[in-house]
Design a protein around this ligand. Structure first.
Ligand SMILES: [Cu+2]
Length: 186
């Protein structure tokens, strides 16, 4: 059975195996196929038409399935790997172990956002961005950009306390629930 672990409690060996499996998916092109699929749904989910993956009540089930398929891909490389979770309500600074050089690496440098440490830094030559390139083929990050904060524990609890998940006709906008989902599903 798959046990999804908190990234904060992964051992050094678990992190290494996760990173190695991810790098292998990237090397073989399978990671980029996931990116392409995700992009297609972002661009297909329009303001006026159907919304399948994003900004609708199907956001959660769509992404759950997507992540299960991604986890299966990781497992096909290394059967011991599972997809960890990040509890950002408890562990929400850029000093989190998530952003350490032995895991995802840190935020990007000021000049161009380029991530310069960790396994996905350009210097390692193992994470060339090839889908939706804009002339920059390196991984970029700007943690905390714009001063926006991740949802707090209280905000998560208030969403989980909502009794109505969806209203007819389901994924078609605009409904009250679609408005709610817009905030969390950008
Ligand atoms: Cu998405």
């Amino acid at each position: 059975m798959t046990v999804r672990k908190n990234q904060a409690t992964l051992t050094a060996d678990e992190k290494r195996r996760f990173v190695d499996a991810l790098l292998e998916l990237k090397r073989s092109g399978r990671y980029d196929a996931f990116v392409t699929t995700h992009n297609a749904f972002i661009m297909g989910d329009t303001d006026d038409g159907d919304r399948v993956g994003h900004r609708s009540p199907s956001f959660l089930p769509w992404h759950r399935r997507f992540l299960l398929e991604f986890e299966a891909a990781l497992k096909s490389v290394d059967a011991t790997v599972t997809l960890p979770y990040w509890d950002w309500t408890a562990d929400r600074t850029s000093r989190s172990s998530l952003w350490a050089p032995d895991f995802l690496g840190g935020t990007g440098r000021a000049r161009d956002g380029q991530v310069t440490d960790g396994p996905f830094a350009r210097s390692g030559n193992r994470w060339t961005v090839t889908v939706r390139v804009d002339g920059r083929d390196f991984l970029r990050r700007d943690l905390g950009a714009g001063g926006r904060q991740l949802p707090t524990r209280a905000e998560v609890d208030s969403v989980l306390a909502m009794e109505t998940y969806d209203t007819a006709p389901g994924t078609a906008p605009p409904t009250a629930s679609a408005t709610t989902w817009r905030a969390g599903a950008g």
